[in-house]
Design a protein around this ligand. Sequence first.
Ligand code: GLU
Length: 361
Amino acid sequence: MMNRNPIYQKIVIKVGTNVITGKDGRLDTGVLAQLTCQIAELHKQGVQVILVSSGAVGAGRSIVTLAGNLPPVATRQVLSATGQIRLINTYTDMFADHGLITAQILVTKEDFRDRVHYLNMRTCFASLLHQHIIPVVNENDAVSVTELMFTDNDELSGLIASMMHVDGYIILSHVDGLFDMKTGNSAIIREISPSEKHFHQYIAPGKSEFGRGGMLTKCHIAQKLSRLGITVHIANGKTPDILLSILDGKCPGTTFLPEKPTYGPKRWIAHTEGMEKGSVTINDGARSALTSGERANSLLPVGIESVQGTFFKGDIVKICATDGTVLGYGMAGYNSEKTRSILGQKGQKPFIHYDYLYIIQ
Ligand code: GLU
């Protein structure tokens, strides 16, 4: 086996449905055995691993033949509720073969909706890792519907990666990474800088066959995490020893290079899209101060033009420009009523302090 000195101490691995299911939609136990064996090897080398695995709906498809014409939401509920059991049992048995204990964590977006819930989740994961248990995470598809839903497991695993302050986040898909579509020779893109803006040129059209996330979502999540200071790899989960190669520093696939790490509440706030209680529209001066990236600026009441919705101090609010562009999210330093009474005024304390502000860029 390789890598005696793994380059990361703590990682999140996200495995897509297309990696662990065959063409017929059934779980591919060959690939699963390979992946669990590599994770067990990394564990032996002292790497803490959180595994986020899709595949519940896929596994359910191979168990249940649906009778009648079920609507899509009910179909997903039935297939995931049945398939998740098979998925977790497979992982449990395979990790047990390596002497490892598996924990199942099924979550919805609600479980991260405020800082207290978020910190409870963090304690749960930290405690499992401390006990040398492998957490296997999936969205609780049977109960998470519409606004409770994550966009896909890429979003969920990105949130967990930044919450747990991992140093590496590995997205395993059924393709080798991002490709240079412009040149036509489909050369793999080895490295992506945090400032990259044009992902379309690296992605072949079309979405995953099974599972929800496409390559573009993966790129946006990967970039968000790289800006928070986490190195992200997109690689092919079916390639033998892929995880060991990555941890050995060989970087197959595409690597999103990290910026200087950010810690504290900003990491949670970076993942609060859709959880906001209200929004503020800011003027052009405030917009350029927040988005120039030159200085660590807070959002001051003088830069606010209008306030939408009702929120309390400490709630998450969305920050919009006058043309409607969403600029970011932050934790309100005043409630909505107070904010309305002081907007446009100079000399007031920040509405959102820099440490509680996440700008999309
Ligand atoms: N949670 C879904 C499943 O286990 C997958 C969602 C996704 O593909 O991102 O089937």
